[in-house]
Design a binder for this molecule. Sequence first.
Ligand code: TYD
Length: 194
Amino acid sequence: MYIVLEGIDGAGKSTQTQLLKEWLTTKNYETKIIVEPTNSEIGQLIRKQLLKEESTNDINQQMLALLFAADRLTLKQEILDAKNSDKIILSDRSFYSSICYQNNESIDISWVANINIHTPQPDLTIILDLNEQDAIKRCDKEEVFETITFLEKTRKNYLKLLKTEKNIIKIDATPSTEEVQEEIREKIATILKI
Ligand code: TYD
């Protein structure tokens, strides 16, 4: 299975992914965490770009969409292998991040979807939903998308996905780490019938 945690910067994806892995391991599942942007050369290039103010301009957002799609493909074989086995891939972000972040008037969103067409489809996507005021407090604000205006717009884009996408759910990320984890576990337990 390929399970994805999504949400704006500061929503708690990496902490929750780690706790989820620990729990699934106690249930005897073989798991692997993957993170986007990856550690590939493309991922490293992306991380450098994310520190530059000009990365939010229209042309650079178009370029970033292409880089994120290419970076994602470096994970493809591993995800496909997991989908054909009992292994569970837990992913911190997916192509849904591109749909929600590389999303402005300069970009045709169906183009973003198209350049991601060869990346694997998640079996389940969990959106950790947190308001932008709380989220920004948890950001180090080093990267260009970590501004309140950008997070507010991106959060709206995530919430829109709930209306159009399959196998996608929202969990309120406002409560404590433990409570949010409990809710994630409940949802996954139902799906895995454990
Ligand atoms: P993030 O998960 O915040 O990494 P870290 O916590 O290590 O900084 O991802 C980095 C940024 O990249 C984040 O602001 C979201 C952005 N991003 C996109 O804009 N598009 C994408 O397709 C992906 C995967 C991430």
